[in-house]
Design a protein around this ligand. Structure first.
Ligand code: PLP
Length: 371
């Protein structure tokens, strides 16, 4: 049996009758950039996030970069973030003119540790950038009072967490609802993936929304009049049409992922070299990834590969130890939880179309390795 890490062809087969006519409509209109599908998608994603505004852009990376640019960071200004994330999170801080300050993660959820955030605040701190890793929300309710006390903005990296939610004071709050601004990615492998690159910012701050709309279009609200220097970060109408056609499926895809996660966890619990994902009891995750901590990770990875079981390590090198951030002066041992996670994690196939037989095969292959 072959179990790929992700099977986008299976998804395509299931939805092509929805997507192809939407795509054809864009082609017939020949309105390829920022056509009507873009504002429709912006409203739909803002509604999902319970935010007032959605501002589409060219990628998830830009969906972090533009809110960071809107902060007007000066050299030496700091943004506190997690080292256990995709590179874009910290790359965006640097490219917006700031300095990433990495703090350790909580070992269970792999998300940023709020106590470590509080301890890292300095007079130069301008923002906190939590990542809702693998589709599970960070403890944002513990970051909000820190941000308030020090006058900081919270920018949520929800690239992996569209539709994830967290129960706070008895109420469900969406990823993207409580931060000052939030970035989503529509990279094809994401839970809501385009057929190319794409991203979305959401915010409930009217002034910020206006600013972000300008920044994605060379800094001008009116054509050929530029109030500031922005960039070209528009979303194609084709991508927006694809995403709009897929969006109605997102909730059922996410619940399929949760079902698959429950199957894996039931089947793997009790296998001592393996620790199944910890879901914070306040969270309803979307399982962008299903990530184990395991013993002899690299050997297991080779074993899975030799049995045609797709898998991946997100992420093998924490960002504070990346060559490009050497100048920041972090040494190995400084952020031990992130460093340990980088040596122990392995993600399994979790896409919605996965069958029970495939899950059974993945589990048996893992059990076979440790037998
Ligand atoms: C946590 C995180 N942040 C940011 C990004 C950047 O998104 P994109 O690849 O759409 O630029 C990604 C996606 O790859 C991601 O996983």
């Amino acid at each position: 049996m072959n179990v790929p890490l992700l099977d986008l062809v299976a998804q395509y087969r299931a939805i092509k009758d929805d997507v192809l006519p939407a795509l054809q409509a864009v082609i017939e209109s020949q309105h390829f950039v920022m056509g009507p599908s873009v504002p429709q998608l912006e409203s739909a994603v803002a509604q999902l996030a319970r935010a007032r505004h959605g501002i589409a852009c060219a990628s998830g990376t830009d969906a972090l970069l533009l809110p960071l640019k809107a902060l007007g960071l000066e050299p030496g200004d700091e943004v506190i973030t997690t080292p256990f994330t995709f590179f874009a999170t910290a790359g965006a801080i640097h490219n917006a003119g700031g300095t990433p300050v990495f703090v350790d993660i909580e070992p269970g959820t792999f998300n940023i540790d709020p106590a470590a955030v509080e301890a890292a605040v300095t007079p130069r701190t301008r923002a906190i950038l939590p990542v809702h890793l693998y589709g599970q929300m960070a403890a944002i309710e513990r970051l909000i009072p820190i941000a308030r006390a020090h006058g900081l903005k919270i920018i949520e990296d929800a690239a992996q967490a569209i539709g994830a939610r967290r129960r706070i004071d008895g109420e469900w709050r969406m990823a993207g609802e409580l931060g000052w601004a939030t970035g989503y990615s529509f990279f094809p492998s994401k839970n809501l993936g385009a057929w190319g690159d794409g991203g979305m910012m959401v915010t409930s701050d009217d002034a910020a929304a206006e600013r972000l709309r300008k920044l994605r279009l060379h800094g001008g609200a009116k054509q050929y009049h530029h109030d500031e220097i922005g960039t070209n970060s528009r979303l194609d109408s084709v991508q927006a049409a694809v995403l709009l056609a897929k969006l109605p499926h997102l909730a059922s895809w996410s619940s399929k992922r949760r079902e698959h996660a429950a199957s894996y966890t039931k089947a793997l619990d009790g296998l001592s070299p393996v620790r199944t994902p910890v879901v914070d009891r306040c969270n309803e995750p979307i399982f962008h990834q299903y990530t184990l901590r395991v013993e002899r990770r690299d050997e297991l990875q080779a074993h899975l590969k030799s049995h045609s079981v797709g898998n991946a390590v997100y992420y093998p090198v924490p960002l504070h130890l990346q060559n490009c951030f050497r100048h920041l002066g972090y040494q190995r041992g400084r952020l031990p939880e992130a460093e340990r996670a980088a040596t122990e994690v392995i993600s399994l196939p979790i896409y919605p179309e996965l069958t029970a037989d495939q899950i059974g095969f993945v589990v048996e292959t893992i059990r076979g390795f440790y037998r």
